[in-house]
Design a protein around this ligand. Structure first.
Ligand SMILES: [Zn+2]
Length: 80
């Protein structure tokens, strides 16, 4: 899952959560004040931007579109 959290340099001021499409690398950033809201951000991406998560061989991938899903599957299966 490509969700990374960058904390602000000043302790206790929150940070930014960066969600990245595992296929094309498109990013969305969500600022937070105390704790990163993984669930809420996932929900927003899903509802507003059409993102979804998919599991391949026990690993989760975040994808922004059906094209990205197909691209990722091409990549995954090409490696085998
Ligand atoms: Zn994508």
């Amino acid at each position: 899952m490509s969700k990374t959290v960058e904390w602000n340099a000043e302790f206790g001021t929150g940070g930014t959560m960066i969600c990245k499409c595992d296929s094309c690398g498109k990013e969305y950033k969500f600022k937070f004040k105390s704790k990163p809201d993984y669930k809420g951000c996932g929900q927003k991406l899903k509802e507003k931007h059409g993102w979804f998560s998919k599991n391949y061989d026990g690993q989760w991938y975040d994808l922004c579109s059906d094209e990205c899903k197909l691209d990722l599957e091409d990549k995954l299966y090409a490696e085998q």
